[in-house]
Design a binder for this molecule. Structure first.
Ligand code: DOR
Ligand code: ZN
Length: 346
């Protein structure tokens, strides 16, 4: 029986760190286990220019604990006004690693997102030229489409046509939640990949609604049926390089979650690695955790894997903190619903 697991240090290819007091409260929880993270740009106001990204990167660096070994990889928020030259300059200067597409209205702070894709065609073509990945929040926003179908409809109506209009564009479908998305990414060739979150590997939609409304399991894209969760576990544990970890750890103060219109987002950074070890062990795939969390992401982003390591040990069940305190209020930590036996020891 495996009881110790040493991996290259993992990276988180989809992370929300927020800003100000929340940033200062949460960043250490990612920096402890992860070497690098792709930082989402959906601040208020969003991170839209290279200068915005450089300034945000500096605020993150200033919020890190002394001696932390953590590199934030910055992204820009694509708007209909995004300037292709600014994007190319920020990329050439090593400031940004990707551009994020939020369809307007799809999720938290997405009001500045894209409504008319014709207006971003030039930016997307430039990104294809320079090899800069587009990270896609893959949900249609049409209120006539059932919320559980918004991802699969997005593939047919938006993503497939967009990729056909911009050949060579490198795309990451973020936080996939459906079997349809897994199948689409599997057949998509080397320019297409997907991140999978911690929580979508663990919960299905029952977690949100069975026995009462449980806002701490509400996120976007919303968790789907069990058959879809199983497809995600299969993809993550398969070793297929098209799939890698993006936690989508998305802290909101509990007051904003526990409201008549609670925010979408699950804060998983403190427990992701123990949760993943549990999921991969259950699937008989502990030997593929390193591919998913540490190797496939850097390969897609054309970066070397980390040369430092992380060690997890399996022992008696332990209880992670139910919440952390931040200057922006308490934030509840993902409760995976099973006892955690793995923990990060070094
Ligand atoms: O659950 C989510 N929370 N999904 C998103 O797409 C955004 C994120 C957030 O920023 O809170
Ligand atoms: Zn996100």
């Amino acid at each position: 029986m495996t009881t110790t697991l040493t991996l290259r240090r993992p990276d988180d290819w989809h992370l929300h760190l927020r800003d100000g007091a929340m940033l200062r409260g949460v960043v250490a929880h990612s920096a402890r286990d992860f070497a690098r993270a792709i930082i989402m740009p959906n601040l208020v106001p969003p991170v839209v220019t290279g200068d915005d990204a450089a300034a945000y990167r500096a605020r993150i660096a200033a919020s890190l604990p002394q001696g932390a070994d953590f590199t934030p990889l910055m992204t820009l928020y694509l708007t209909e006004g995004t300037d292709a030259d600014d994007v190319a300059r920020a990329h050439a200067a090593g400031i940004v690693r990707a551009v994020k597409l939020y369809p307007a209205g799809a999720t938290t702070n997405s009001a500045s997102g894209v409504r008319d894709f014709a207006r971003v065609q030039g930016v997307l073509e430039r990104m294809a030229d320079i090899g800069l990945p587009l990270l896609v929040h893959g949900e249609v926003t049409d209120p006539d489409i059932d919320i559980f179908d918004r991802e699969s409809v997005f593939i047919d109506r938006v993503l497939a046509p967009l990729r056909a209009r911009v050949p060579g564009l490198r795309v990451v479908m973020e936080h996939v939640t459906t079997r349809e998305a897994v199948d689409y990414v599997r057949g998509g060739g080397p320019d297409l990949a997907a991140t999978i979150t911690t929580h979508h590997l663990i919960i299905n939609r029952n977690a949100i609604l069975a026995g009462g409304i449980r806002p701490h399991y509400y996120c976007l894209p919303v968790a789907k049926r069990e058959t879809h969760r199983l497809a995600l576990v299969e993809a993550a544990t398969s070793g297929d390089p098209a799939f890698f970890l993006g936690t989508d750890s998305a802290p909101h103060a509990d007051a904003a979650k526990l409201s008549p219109c609670g925010c979408a987002g699950i804060f998983s950074a403190p427990v992701t690695m123990p949760c993943l070890a549990h999921v991969f062990e259950d699937a008989g795939a502990l030997d593929r955790l390193e591919a998913f969390a540490c190797l496939n992401g850097p390969a897609f982003y054309r970066l070397p894997p980390n040369d430092t390591t992380i060690t997890l040990e399996k022992g008696d069940p332990w209880a992670p903190p139910a919440m952390i305190e931040t200057g922006a209020g308490p934030v509840t930590v993902l409760d995976p619903g099973f006892p955690l036996r793995w923990r990060v020891t070094s």
